[in-house]
Design a protein around this ligand. Sequence first.
Ligand code: PLP
Length: 386
Amino acid sequence: MKNFLNIRSAGMKKNAIRAMCDKAKKIPGSINLGIGEPDLNTPVEVIEAGCKALHSGKTRYTANAGIIELRIEIAKHLNKYNLSANPENEIIVTMGGMGALALCLLVTITPGDEILLQDPQWLNYFSQIKFCGGMPILVPVYEENEFKVSSESIKKRITNRTKILMLNSPNNPTGTVLDYNDLKDIAKLAKEYDLLVVSDEVYSTFVYDGVKHHSIASIDGMQERTIVINSFSKSFAMTGWRIGFASGNKKIIEKMAMLQENLVACVNASSQYAAIKALSIFNKTDKMIEVYRKKRNLIVDGLNSIRGISCYKPKGSFYVFPNVKKIGNNSETVANELLEKANVVTIPGSAFGPHGEGYLRISYANSEENLREAVKRIKKHIENLA
Ligand SMILES: Cc1ncc(COP(=O)(O)O)c(C=O)c1O
């Protein structure tokens, strides 16, 4: 029999996060700090809104770009970040942030285009870009610079084939938040070199210590050259509902809606009605953020109390990216040993790109009890090594 797989799928590999979590399933009693998912349940009023929608007959296909009632609420939500988008043609409801990213990259990348993204970066960008025939061009970020992607290092990598700059603030895996001035410098470059910016803001709610989330699209002249990606997954603990959205350049959003029609028709109706409810209780997320801030402090202080580990305290998302170079040069070996000997799941930093080597990604979206126990286990394991 022929090999029916095409060349694009041949390059796809199992995601390192999934691979680690699969390994962990075989080890009973392990604490999973690998998965990037809120440990909370979806707010009860959101669940009720989803159920009510189903019971009242909202069981059919919806508009390809999503129900207009939700797009209107998303437009109001975007206003909070100084973004204005027309719900008719500048907003699309998608299958999570991932669905938004996939549609956006599929309608914009022409094989051979160069796409700039930071290193280390969330794994899925790389595979989505490759699948579309794009060339991922890595822009390294460094701990000494709080893992911030700088406009100078972006500039060095721009060529006449560069089409898109991917940004992700607050960041996965480092937790770094870009401030307004960082974004202004990057925006200047994007305008000068005529780049499209894909700004993944799925962790926009997760900012701490008085830091504010800013979107690059809110900067003068950026709205039309930016696609903002966001999601209900993290902010409302709705990962399984598969709902997110994108906003920005009308021409691109309209093509994304056409492609969504051809691929999956629309996002399931009940999730869309639940999402309207979620946006209506957005002010309640403040309490949740306070809980995450405490967890961040707990894990950062805990890790910094372990000899051989140093952990930068990030201002956003729910990940920390501790430096483990003094424990071992190979982060995959360190993570495997932590799993096998300390029963704690972490993700090797090298999975996120060459400049992630020497670090681990740890998600603190877990109970305080588990975080304390995990720190204890890691400490014990490392003391035993010494
Ligand atoms: C940076 C980033 N973007 C996008 C997503 C996609 O999330 P979802 O598709 O659940 O909205 C994730 C999920 O982990 C993420 O970490």
